[in-house]
Design a protein around this ligand. Structure first.
Ligand code: SF4
Length: 557
């Protein structure tokens, strides 16, 4: 175990670790500089009581006495540590999002996020997710772009029973939200893909064992996002995670991981930077704990909007970050220099369609619409996966799903069964490449609707451009945040209110064009002044794509 973790008591290592010089200045609230006085309300409630402790109150008080008994600091703060957010009260339009107080936006129901690390599910687990959805969540169950499942309409009274059912099959909502280590994104085809560089599963399991439900890591400055994959497809959006391990082959030492830190979207988006270090699989958990501990101890805690790791990395640079990691958190151990990942040969970085596994069987990736499924459908997917595969299912970072371990003579029947559920393994470009965040239906920050609009946009574009088959991503967000990664989409649509031809405020989008991930990663350009109303969206995208096809240069995306 890394030096950082072994010295980390509840409340953070810096609280009792080696004392560093205390600055007289208020600084950025970094614990490593001795700034333990909370500098904002979030830091205060985290200091008052660890977010993990809210579970006991939910089980013993809130679920018994009901919504009105919930302490406001738990309701809008600590409940996130167990995956719970209040959802948006129905009927409040986007114009009121910024002007109403949080409690005016709060519904008495919750969103509950189930973390699915690496998107790995058994059919038994999927069935339980489906049952919980139908019994307690009015059938809702969205696949998120971080491989999670999100329920809506959850009553506080039902939460202990839901936990009990999920945990009975090895699922959890622990630190699915909050200033914590969130779900660990992993390649959904780890261990089975024919072209895999290295199977990251053992490292990921050890990372989970060390940090989940561990008070040493339950008070971070802000959320902490993790990605790990040994696939040459670069299939875990590693560029926009706080820490990422990307499979590479070292010319002398063989397969291992290239280490990235400091990526993140939202406001002030930044791509992660390489530390130039090659990490063998057995060292990944130590390095992971080192990076997360740097964030805990040196991360900025004064302003919430400067608290993500990306700001520290931007200020320090890769060289200093690596130095501090090695000197203070790896006990002086030097990391080995290593190569960058190679450009994937495929343009789509997903797992849609039928693919051969290394054991000769096949996996089948299929596309719901913008991640929207429901409990009944998930149960039917579990039935199909059991009948045709070995009982293993995966979720992906594109809001899609995969059935693993299908014998060749079972593939066609599985594909047909999925099609009958409107889950296609041969999706159009538009179904394959369109994602949408939660939007105004349930999200308190939203200004516009996204899921339904994304779904109808797919239908409309399929009708208008039936032969368009270029890889393309269209991502819709309901507000200026980046839950659906608009900045790195070919066409990113940021929800806001815009003026229509008659000067009325209506739902619409600011357009970003030309974003990408991969080795040519970059943020889309905000097209100055280009805002489209929701009604104009299909016309606008049709025009962009028609013109792109007419004027593109060879190889141009
Ligand atoms: Fe909510 Fe905005 Fe995130 Fe969409 S992008 S889920 S509207 S916070």
């Amino acid at each position: 175990m890394g030096a950082a973790a072994s010295s980390a008591p509840a409340g953070g290592a810096a609280a009792s670790g080696p004392r560093r010089k205390v600055s007289r200045h208020r600084g950025e609230g970094q614990w490593a500089a001795g700034h333990f006085t909370p500098l904002n309300g979030n830091e205060q409630f985290k200091k008052d009581d660890d977010g993990l402790n809210v579970r006991t109150r939910i089980e013993t008080i809130y679920s018994k006495r009901g919504f009105d008994s919930i302490d406001p600091n738990d309701l809008r703060g600590r409940m996130r540590w167990w995956g719970l957010y209040t959802q948006r009260r129905p009927g409040i339009d986007g114009g009121k999002t910024a002007v109403l107080e949080p409690e005016e936006l709060d519904d008495r129901y919750f969103m509950l996020r189930v973390r699915i690390d690496a998107g790995a599910l058994t059919t038994r687990q999927l069935r339980v997710i489906g049952e919980v959805s139908q019994e307690f969540a009015r059938g809702t169950a969205d696949i998120t772009d971080r491989q999670n499942v999100q329920y809506h309409w959850i009553r506080i009274e039902d939460v202990p029973e839901i936990w009990q059912r999920l945990e009975a099959v090895g699922l959890s909502t622990v630190t699915a939200c909050g200033d914590t280590p969130r779900v660990m994104i992993g390649s959904p085809v780890a261990g089975i893909a024919e072209d895999e560089i290295i199977d990251a599963t053992p490292a990921l399991e050890e990372m989970k064992r060390r940090v989940l439900n561990n008070p040493a890591y339950s008070n971070l400055p802000r959320k902490f996002k993790t990605a790990i994959s040994g696939s040459p497809l670069l299939d875990v959006v590693h560029e926009i995670n706080d820490v990422a391990f990307v499979g590479v082959r070292h010319p002398e030492h063989g397969p291992g991981f290239d280490l990235w830190v400091g990526g993140g979207l939202s406001t002030n988006p930044k791509l992660g930077v390489r530390l130039g270090a090659w990490v063998p699989i057995e060292d990944v958990p130590d390095v992971y704990e080192g990076v997360i501990s740097i964030f805990r101890d040196y991360g900025y805690r004064r302003l919430r909007n400067r608290a993500r790791l990306k700001f520290l990395v931007a200020d320090w640079g890769a060289e200093k970050f690596r130095q501090v990691l090695e000197d203070e958190y790896l006990g002086g151990r030097r990391l080995t220099d290593g190569p960058a990942p190679e450009q994937p040969v495929q343009q789509w970085r997903d797992h849609i369609g039928v693919h051969r596994q290394k054991d000769g069987r096949f996996y089948v990736g299929f596309a719901p619409r913008v991640g929207r499924v429901d409990g009944a459908t998930l149960t039917k997917i579990a039935d199909l996966a059991e009948a045709h595969g070995s009982g293993r299912v995966r979720t992906t970072v594109e809001q899609k799903m995969i059935v693993l371990d299908v014998e060749q003579d079972q593939v066609d029947s599985l594909v047909e069964g999925l099609e009958a559920l409107d889950l296609t393994a041969r999706p159009s470009t538009f179904r394959r490449g369109t994602m949408a965040c939660t939007g105004i239906e349930f999200c308190k920050l939203a200004i516009v609707e996204t899921k339904q609009r994304g779904s109808t946009l797919i239908d409309e574009l399929e009708r208008r451009l039936p032969d368009f088959d270029e890889p393309l991503t269209i991502n819709l967000n309901g507000c200026p945040n980046a839950c659906a990664r608009i900045q790195v989409a070919d066409i990113g649509l940021k929800g806001q209110l815009v003026l229509d031809d008659e000067g009325r405020q209506v739902e619409g989008y600011q357009v970003h064009l030309g974003g990408a991930l991969g080795l040519e990663a970059g943020f889309g350009r905000k097209v100055r002044g280009l805002k489209v109303t929701a009604d104009e969206l299909p016309d606008y995208i049709e025009r962009v794509l028609t013109r792109f096809r007419a004027e593109r240069q060879e190889g141009e995306r």
